[in-house]
Design a protein around this ligand. Structure first.
Ligand code: BGC
Length: 756
């Protein structure tokens, strides 16, 4: 029987786990079956079925159980019951999956034990959170999505999986593709931002990169696990784990598209989220896990619960006891239980009592074994120990980390073209708590990252300037409440020609469990920047955070602002590349930056209302503009671009036709630069009110000074489809407007008619 002591141990374990971490889809016409792709071939399915037929019930429910081995390693005395259970399952060779192993050696050792103890010699599948790189830590996903470069996402996902696989990992709990509109939510850092279409493109790239990468030695790749399915990013008030209550339309139009794309790309796993969705917690939610995921989309992989989420069914108040929690979860469609042990303990009884049909168990085990066959684990369960030294932190991966970091940087302000800085500058003051910081650029959820691998901004700048060109003083720590080190920093600013101030958030201010109610710079950092501005010297601010910050004051005061997120191991080099113009900034925001917390939720995908913002009695605030600080899609470059001659090849389009929209983009500045050309559409009058804009395409192009390129987008009825009053996905004939421009608020517009 599970006692409250057990639940306490689980809580402790979650805390310990936290500490340990720190040493649209383009819906092709809407909801319908996948287009005949079977990632799990009939041959694999048959092998899995044949094996299940030989298994005892205990062996089966063992396969459906996953445990956090790292918890055992760091808490050998805590959570006795769960540790005993984990050990029992390993000793009998029954365990389906372990995660958080310490590396390839331990993975092989435990795998050997499991296989040797297993009557049918079934290997386990090992997991790990590999969210934005393994040891080669890449920028946080929110930053990487700002690259608007799916190819880059694909490459980084492949590199991360290659490193993880070389260290004995078969299953990465990524990508995190929760759409969110709330920067208070700490996990926005792990997300790809607010837009379902862009999120879908990135999800597709990530899954293909992570899963389909083949590396020479044994041709094994890893399984992905898009998460958290579903709605986790819509937690009320941005408070992690909070209630989620959204309409089916928002669910299907905004939240689900990236998951659907991930499934279409062949994701072998999906993680069911912690949150309740419209009254039913995700891992007990049959509508999500069976109706939509399996029946509508044809998902063939493993559904795993989030960490101990079966036990949380009791806390949510939907299961009266652990046994009922196990019953609800399996009946909803959860195949694997992460770390509660409930499946192993209660499914045999539930089957014996006739409350759960054994065929449900068989189905889940078949899926789990099929993924193991698909990954080649039966034939090749061990990892070659010589591999990791060739793969981890390889020159290629470090180079990729630098490129990814560069492409993630967003230039928010650049008054009088103060950036890029000249390498001949006489004196540059380098101040702020993020300047020499090598820890926080790793970002949240980088459990395998090492501070020693990180290039600080200071070191990045010193690779471009000589030591006598810089003056350094920290000024204050991230969370400091004291201003005693201000003077030294201000003296440096006064003696210099310009100052670069690196400020932001520490790792603990974003990521899981780390929601914030205030979105300004923490501690005394704002006062430091303001004091530096008062010296009259040009102040260039490098913001490093895991989320959008509401810093309207900064936009008014700083000469330039570079948003540099948490950029991973090559952070300093990449920022210096951009500061000195070796590479221009090309990132564009994938999330709206609010002016104040009171504007949240604020996102571009909004509707017009009956009284759009204007004068009195309109949808506005009396004390604040309704416009955001920086809109979705926004970002500057060191050059300027002009958009001209938007042309449609037709003004009337039939449902079966395609329309081509072409715009000319010219680099009107004096240096080469990259631009992200964005296409938005609006259904002007539909059976259900529609957002003013929906992103439906983008192209990242590079232009030399004076160069013009014509950029074309092909638009089909699929791009225009909405969930109308009938509840079906379809494009509704009538008037449409499209906009092509540099961000969600600027661009050229053209109208066309969709005919029957
Ligand atoms: C997180 C997941 C993660 C899991 C395993 C949970 O706390 O929500 O994103 O994959 O732990 O570490």
């Amino acid at each position: 029987m599970v006692t409250s002591l057990y639940l306490q141990a689980v809580l402790q374990m979650r805390q310990a786990k936290g500490q340990q971490r720190y040493s649209d889809a383009k819906f092709s016409g809407g909801v319908r079956q996948l287009s005949g792709k079977h990632w799990i071939t009939p041959e694999i399915r048959n092998k899995a079925k044949a094996l299940v037929a030989q298994m005892t019930l205990e062996e089966k429910v063992g396969q459906m159980s996953q445990f956090d081995w790292g918890f055992h390693a760091i808490n050998p005395d805590a959570g006795g019951e769960i540790n005993n259970l984990m050990r029992l399952l390993i000793d009998r060779g029954w365990v389906g999956s372990l995660f958080n192993l310490s590396g390839a050696e331990e993975a092989n050792e435990l795998q050997r034990k499991v296989i040797e103890n297993s009557r049918l010699r079934i290997p386990m599948i090992t997991g790990r959170d590999v969210i934005h790189g393994y040891r080669s830590v890449f920028p946080i996903p929110l930053a990487m999505s700002s690259s608007w470069n799916p190819g880059l996402i694909e490459q980084t996902a492949a590199a991360a999986s290659r490193e993880a696989a070389s260290d004995g990992i078969h299953w990465v709990f990524a990508p995190m593709i929760d759409i969110t509109r709330d920067p208070r939510w700490g996990r926005i850092a792990e997300s790809m931002g607010e837009d379902p279409y862009l999120g879908g493109v990135m999800a597709d790239a990530w899954v293909r990169g992570a899963q389909l990468d083949r590396w020479s030695d044994d041709r094994r790749s890893v399984a992905g696990c898009p998460k958290h399915y579903a709605g986790y990013g819509f937690a009320e008030a941005g408070r992690d784990y909070n209630t989620v209550d959204v309409s089916d339309r928002v669910l299907r139009e905004v939240i689900l598209p990236p998951f659907r794309r991930a499934v279409e790309a062949g994701a072998l796993g999906i993680m069911a989220s912690f949150n309740e969705l419209n009254g039913i917690p995700a891992c007990a939610n049959k509508y999500l896990l069976t109706t939509i995921l399996r029946e509508e989309w044809g998902f063939e992989g493993i559904v795993v619960s989030d960490y101990n989420a079966l036990a949380e069914l009791l806390v949510h108040g939907i299961a009266k006891d652990p046994k009922e929690a196990a019953e609800l979860a399996i009946k909803a469609g959860t195949d694997m239980d992460m770390h509660s042990g409930f499946y192993f303990r209660y499914l045999p009884e539930l089957v014996a009592e006739g409350r759960v049909d054994e065929r449900l168990v068989d189905q889940a085990v078949e899926r789990i074994l099929a993924v193991k066959f698909k990954l080649g684990l039966f034939d090749n369960p061990y990892v070659d120990l010589s591999l990791k030294s060739r793969v981890i932190l390889s020159e290629e991966h470090v180079g990729l980390a630098r490129q990814a970091a560069r492409e993630s940087i967003v230039l928010l302000k650049n008054e009088n073209g103060i950036l890029p800085l000249s390498k001949n500058i006489r004196k540059l003051a380098l101040i702020g708590p993020m300047m020499k910081n090598r820890r926080d650029p790793l970002g949240c959820w980088a459990p395998d990252g090492k501070e020693d691998d990180v290039v600080s901004l200071y070191d990045g700048i010193l690779a471009k300037l000589s030591a006598d060109q810089v003056l350094y003083a920290e000024g204050c720590g991230i969370l400091d409440r004291s201003r005693e080190k201000f003077d030294e920093a201000l003296k440096a600013v006064e003696q210099a020609d310009a100052a670069v101030i690196a400020v932001g958030e520490s790792i603990e201010l974003s990521g899981e469990g780390n929601s914030r109610a205030e979105l300004d710079l923490p501690g005394e950092q704002r006062a430091l920047v303001e004091a530096a501005v008062r010296t009259g010297k040009p102040v260039i601010v490098v913001l490093m955070s895991g989320r959008p910050l509401a810093v309207g004051w900064l936009d008014e005061q700083a000469a330039a602002i570079l948003h540099a997120w948490h950029l991973g191991i090559q952070s300093g080099r990449a920022i210096a590349d951009v500061l000195f113009g070796d590479n221009g900034p090309s990132g564009r925001l994938t999330v709206t930056f609010p002016r104040s917390v009171g504007q949240i939720p604020i996102y571009y995908y909004r509707k017009n209302t009956g009284r759009p913002p204007g004068g009195n009695y309109t949808s506005r605030y009396v004390d604040m503009p309704t416009k955001p600080l920086y809109p979705f899609g926004y970002g500057l470059s060191y050059t300027t671009f002009a958009y001209r001659n938007l042309k449609l090849d037709r003004t009337g389009m039939r449902l079966s036709d395609a329309l081509t929209a072409t715009v000319e983009v010219t680099n009107t500045g004096s240096v080469a630069g990259e631009e992200v050309v964005q296409l938005y559409v609006r259904d002007v009058a539909a059976s259900v009110t529609q957002p003013l804009k929906r992103l439906k395409g983008f192209a990242k192009i590079r232009l030399e000074p004076g160069e013009t390129k014509a950029v074309s987008f092909r638009i089909t009825a699929d791009d225009l489809a909405i969930i109308g009053a009938s509840g079906e996905w379809a494009a509704e004939p009538g008037a449409f407007r499209l906009m092509i421009g540099p961000n969600s608020e600027e661009g050229l517009e053209a109208d066309f008619i969709l005919e029957e």
